[in-house]
Design a protein around this ligand. Structure first.
Ligand SMILES: O=C(O)CCC(=O)C(=O)O
Length: 270
Protein backbone atom coordinates (compact mmCIF):
# COMPACT_ATOMS: atom_id res chain seq x y z
CA UNK A 1 0.00 0.00 0.00
CA UNK A 2 1.30 3.45 -0.83
CA UNK A 3 1.85 5.55 2.26
CA UNK A 4 1.67 8.97 0.73
CA UNK A 5 -2.00 9.47 -0.30
CA UNK A 6 -3.20 8.99 3.29
CA UNK A 7 -1.26 12.03 4.38
CA UNK A 8 -3.64 14.50 2.86
CA UNK A 9 -6.98 12.75 3.36
CA UNK A 10 -9.16 14.41 6.00
CA UNK A 11 -9.56 12.84 9.45
CA UNK A 12 -12.99 14.11 10.48
CA UNK A 13 -13.44 15.15 14.10
CA UNK A 14 -16.78 15.13 15.90
CA UNK A 15 -18.08 18.23 17.68
CA UNK A 16 -17.68 16.28 20.93
CA UNK A 17 -13.96 15.69 20.26
CA UNK A 18 -13.38 19.37 19.50
CA UNK A 19 -15.25 20.36 22.67
CA UNK A 20 -13.24 17.83 24.69
CA UNK A 21 -9.97 19.27 23.39
CA UNK A 22 -10.99 22.82 24.27
CA UNK A 23 -12.11 21.84 27.79
CA UNK A 24 -9.35 19.37 28.66
CA UNK A 25 -6.47 20.97 26.74
CA UNK A 26 -5.47 17.78 24.93
CA UNK A 27 -6.95 15.04 22.74
CA UNK A 28 -5.66 11.52 22.04
CA UNK A 29 -6.79 10.23 18.62
CA UNK A 30 -6.69 6.64 17.34
CA UNK A 31 -5.73 5.40 13.85
CA UNK A 32 -4.60 8.75 12.48
CA UNK A 33 -1.97 6.98 10.36
CA UNK A 34 -1.62 3.37 9.30
CA UNK A 35 1.43 1.22 9.99
CA UNK A 36 2.72 1.55 6.40
CA UNK A 37 2.72 5.34 6.58
CA UNK A 38 4.50 5.46 9.94
CA UNK A 39 7.11 2.88 9.00
CA UNK A 40 7.86 4.69 5.72
CA UNK A 41 8.50 8.06 7.38
CA UNK A 42 10.04 6.68 10.57
CA UNK A 43 13.14 5.60 8.69
CA UNK A 44 13.74 9.13 7.38
CA UNK A 45 12.85 10.93 10.62
CA UNK A 46 15.18 8.60 12.57
CA UNK A 47 18.07 9.14 10.14
CA UNK A 48 17.80 12.93 10.29
CA UNK A 49 17.41 12.91 14.09
CA UNK A 50 20.41 10.67 14.75
CA UNK A 51 22.54 12.48 12.12
CA UNK A 52 21.91 15.76 13.98
CA UNK A 53 22.03 14.37 17.53
CA UNK A 54 23.30 17.22 19.75
CA UNK A 55 24.35 14.77 22.49
CA UNK A 56 27.05 13.01 20.43
CA UNK A 57 30.38 13.27 22.20
CA UNK A 58 28.84 14.51 25.47
CA UNK A 59 29.44 12.70 28.74
CA UNK A 60 26.06 11.34 29.85
CA UNK A 61 26.96 11.82 33.51
CA UNK A 62 27.40 15.55 32.92
CA UNK A 63 23.96 16.08 31.36
CA UNK A 64 21.18 17.96 33.19
CA UNK A 65 17.67 16.54 33.66
CA UNK A 66 16.36 18.09 30.43
CA UNK A 67 19.20 16.79 28.25
CA UNK A 68 18.86 13.35 29.83
CA UNK A 69 15.19 13.28 28.79
CA UNK A 70 15.70 12.90 25.04
CA UNK A 71 17.64 13.63 21.88
CA UNK A 72 15.97 16.77 20.50
CA UNK A 73 16.38 17.95 16.91
CA UNK A 74 14.24 20.75 15.46
CA UNK A 75 13.15 21.73 11.95
CA UNK A 76 13.82 18.33 10.44
CA UNK A 77 11.54 19.35 7.56
CA UNK A 78 14.17 21.84 6.38
CA UNK A 79 16.85 19.14 6.35
CA UNK A 80 15.16 16.37 4.32
CA UNK A 81 12.51 16.39 1.58
CA UNK A 82 10.85 13.13 2.64
CA UNK A 83 10.47 14.37 6.20
CA UNK A 84 9.11 17.63 4.78
CA UNK A 85 6.38 15.65 2.98
CA UNK A 86 5.30 14.19 6.33
CA UNK A 87 5.73 17.33 8.45
CA UNK A 88 3.65 19.38 6.01
CA UNK A 89 0.82 16.85 5.65
CA UNK A 90 -2.67 18.27 5.40
CA UNK A 91 -4.31 15.60 7.55
CA UNK A 92 -2.72 16.84 10.80
CA UNK A 93 -2.81 20.51 9.80
CA UNK A 94 -6.58 20.31 9.20
CA UNK A 95 -7.08 18.61 12.59
CA UNK A 96 -5.07 21.47 14.15
CA UNK A 97 -7.31 24.05 12.42
CA UNK A 98 -10.47 22.28 13.61
CA UNK A 99 -9.20 22.06 17.20
CA UNK A 100 -8.01 25.67 17.39
CA UNK A 101 -11.04 26.94 15.43
CA UNK A 102 -8.86 28.88 12.98
CA UNK A 103 -9.35 29.21 9.23
CA UNK A 104 -5.64 28.73 8.54
CA UNK A 105 -2.65 26.95 10.08
CA UNK A 106 1.07 27.62 9.88
CA UNK A 107 4.11 25.60 10.86
CA UNK A 108 5.91 26.81 13.98
CA UNK A 109 8.47 24.01 13.88
CA UNK A 110 8.82 20.24 14.01
CA UNK A 111 10.97 18.08 16.29
CA UNK A 112 12.45 14.60 16.67
CA UNK A 113 12.17 13.71 20.38
CA UNK A 114 13.91 10.38 20.90
CA UNK A 115 14.00 9.05 24.46
CA UNK A 116 16.81 6.52 24.53
CA UNK A 117 16.57 3.31 26.60
CA UNK A 118 18.37 5.11 29.39
CA UNK A 119 16.40 8.33 28.79
CA UNK A 120 15.12 10.06 31.92
CA UNK A 121 11.73 11.63 32.62
CA UNK A 122 10.56 14.80 30.89
CA UNK A 123 9.80 17.34 33.66
CA UNK A 124 6.38 19.00 33.95
CA UNK A 125 6.26 22.17 31.82
CA UNK A 126 4.24 24.31 29.40
CA UNK A 127 5.60 24.76 25.88
CA UNK A 128 4.41 28.24 25.16
CA UNK A 129 6.59 29.93 27.76
CA UNK A 130 9.37 29.45 25.16
CA UNK A 131 7.47 30.95 22.23
CA UNK A 132 7.01 34.66 21.40
CA UNK A 133 3.41 34.23 20.26
CA UNK A 134 0.79 36.93 20.74
CA UNK A 135 -2.10 34.49 21.44
CA UNK A 136 -2.59 30.96 22.80
CA UNK A 137 -3.65 29.54 19.43
CA UNK A 138 -0.89 26.95 19.19
CA UNK A 139 -1.08 23.17 19.28
CA UNK A 140 1.46 20.33 19.19
CA UNK A 141 0.82 17.03 17.42
CA UNK A 142 2.78 14.28 19.25
CA UNK A 143 3.31 11.41 16.81
CA UNK A 144 4.93 8.22 18.15
CA UNK A 145 6.84 6.26 15.51
CA UNK A 146 6.16 2.99 17.38
CA UNK A 147 3.67 2.01 20.06
CA UNK A 148 4.46 3.67 23.42
CA UNK A 149 3.54 1.54 26.45
CA UNK A 150 3.57 3.24 29.86
CA UNK A 151 7.07 1.97 30.65
CA UNK A 152 8.44 3.75 27.55
CA UNK A 153 7.40 7.24 28.70
CA UNK A 154 4.22 8.43 26.91
CA UNK A 155 3.01 11.99 27.50
CA UNK A 156 1.01 12.71 30.65
CA UNK A 157 -1.34 15.72 30.60
CA UNK A 158 -2.88 17.86 33.34
CA UNK A 159 -6.58 17.87 32.45
CA UNK A 160 -7.90 21.41 32.03
CA UNK A 161 -4.51 22.87 33.02
CA UNK A 162 -4.33 25.19 29.96
CA UNK A 163 -6.83 27.43 31.79
CA UNK A 164 -4.97 27.49 35.12
CA UNK A 165 -2.00 29.77 34.38
CA UNK A 166 0.42 27.60 36.34
CA UNK A 167 4.21 27.97 35.84
CA UNK A 168 3.86 30.06 32.71
CA UNK A 169 7.26 31.59 33.26
CA UNK A 170 9.14 28.48 34.42
CA UNK A 171 11.70 26.80 32.21
CA UNK A 172 11.61 23.01 32.01
CA UNK A 173 13.78 21.76 34.86
CA UNK A 174 13.82 19.92 38.18
CA UNK A 175 12.23 23.05 39.66
CA UNK A 176 9.32 23.00 37.18
CA UNK A 177 8.82 19.27 37.89
CA UNK A 178 8.60 19.90 41.66
CA UNK A 179 6.55 23.10 41.51
CA UNK A 180 4.01 21.89 38.96
CA UNK A 181 3.62 18.45 40.56
CA UNK A 182 2.81 20.24 43.82
CA UNK A 183 0.29 22.53 42.11
CA UNK A 184 -1.31 19.57 40.28
CA UNK A 185 -1.94 17.92 43.65
CA UNK A 186 -3.06 21.11 45.43
CA UNK A 187 -5.44 22.11 42.64
CA UNK A 188 -6.81 18.56 42.12
CA UNK A 189 -5.80 18.47 38.46
CA UNK A 190 -6.26 14.99 36.96
CA UNK A 191 -3.09 13.49 35.49
CA UNK A 192 -3.95 11.61 32.31
CA UNK A 193 -1.33 9.18 31.12
CA UNK A 194 -2.25 6.55 28.53
CA UNK A 195 -0.29 4.16 26.32
CA UNK A 196 -0.20 4.95 22.59
CA UNK A 197 -0.81 2.34 19.88
CA UNK A 198 0.97 2.65 16.56
CA UNK A 199 -0.95 5.24 14.52
CA UNK A 200 -2.22 7.21 17.56
CA UNK A 201 -1.52 10.95 17.66
CA UNK A 202 -2.24 13.35 20.52
CA UNK A 203 -2.71 17.11 20.40
CA UNK A 204 -2.09 19.58 23.23
CA UNK A 205 -2.29 23.36 23.54
CA UNK A 206 0.89 25.35 24.08
CA UNK A 207 -0.40 26.17 27.59
CA UNK A 208 -1.32 22.62 28.67
CA UNK A 209 0.81 21.22 31.51
CA UNK A 210 2.50 17.95 30.53
CA UNK A 211 5.39 15.64 31.40
CA UNK A 212 6.57 12.13 30.47
CA UNK A 213 8.06 9.27 32.47
CA UNK A 214 11.48 7.73 31.77
CA UNK A 215 12.04 5.09 29.12
CA UNK A 216 12.49 1.85 31.08
CA UNK A 217 12.51 -0.41 28.00
CA UNK A 218 15.41 -1.63 25.85
CA UNK A 219 14.17 0.27 22.76
CA UNK A 220 14.29 3.98 21.94
CA UNK A 221 11.01 5.91 22.23
CA UNK A 222 11.02 7.62 18.85
CA UNK A 223 8.55 10.50 18.55
CA UNK A 224 8.05 13.21 15.93
CA UNK A 225 6.13 16.36 16.79
CA UNK A 226 4.75 19.13 14.63
CA UNK A 227 3.88 22.41 16.30
CA UNK A 228 1.16 24.41 14.60
CA UNK A 229 -0.13 27.93 15.10
CA UNK A 230 -2.93 30.14 13.84
CA UNK A 231 -2.06 31.38 10.34
CA UNK A 232 -2.68 34.92 11.68
CA UNK A 233 -0.30 34.54 14.64
CA UNK A 234 1.77 37.67 15.27
CA UNK A 235 5.16 38.00 16.94
CA UNK A 236 5.05 39.57 20.39
CA UNK A 237 7.89 41.49 21.95
CA UNK A 238 10.22 38.93 23.60
CA UNK A 239 9.74 38.73 27.37
CA UNK A 240 12.59 36.32 28.11
CA UNK A 241 15.75 34.96 26.50
CA UNK A 242 13.87 31.89 25.19
CA UNK A 243 11.45 34.12 23.26
CA UNK A 244 14.42 35.90 21.73
CA UNK A 245 16.17 32.62 20.83
CA UNK A 246 13.03 31.09 19.32
CA UNK A 247 12.31 34.27 17.33
CA UNK A 248 15.78 33.94 15.80
CA UNK A 249 15.49 30.18 15.24
CA UNK A 250 11.92 29.78 14.05
CA UNK A 251 10.71 33.03 12.48
CA UNK A 252 13.82 35.14 11.84
CA UNK A 253 12.34 37.34 9.13
CA UNK A 254 9.32 38.48 11.22
CA UNK A 255 9.24 41.84 12.96
CA UNK A 256 7.47 42.47 16.29
CA UNK A 257 3.72 42.87 15.72
CA UNK A 258 3.80 41.26 12.27
CA UNK A 259 2.11 38.04 11.18
CA UNK A 260 4.74 35.27 11.20
CA UNK A 261 4.93 34.95 7.45
CA UNK A 262 8.54 33.75 7.40
CA UNK A 263 9.77 31.10 4.95
CA UNK A 264 10.08 28.83 8.04
CA UNK A 265 6.36 29.25 8.78
CA UNK A 266 4.55 28.02 5.67
CA UNK A 267 0.77 27.82 5.62
CA UNK A 268 -0.08 24.12 5.92
CA UNK A 269 -3.86 24.47 5.87
CA UNK A 270 -5.83 25.12 3.70
O1 LIG B 1 8.21 13.73 24.32
C1 LIG B 1 8.40 14.18 25.45
O2 LIG B 1 8.88 13.52 26.36
C2 LIG B 1 7.99 15.60 25.74
C3 LIG B 1 7.32 16.23 24.58
C4 LIG B 1 6.83 17.60 24.81
O3 LIG B 1 7.01 18.19 25.84
C5 LIG B 1 6.07 18.24 23.74
O4 LIG B 1 5.95 17.68 22.64
O5 LIG B 1 5.54 19.35 23.97
Amino acid sequence: MSAVPLLDEPYPLTEAQIEQFRQEGFLHLKDVFNAATISHYREHIARVTYDNNPLVGKDREELGTYEKAFIQVTNLWTKDDVVKEFACNKRLAKIAADLLGTTGIRMWHDQGLFKEPSGGFTPWHVDQQYWPMATGLSVTAWIPLQAVPIEMGPLCFGRGSHEKKIARDMEISDDSERYIQDQVKKQNIDEIQEPYDLGDVSFHYGWTLHRAGPNKTESPREVFTVIYMDAEMTLMEPKNSYHQADWEAFTPGTKIGEVMNDRLNPILWP
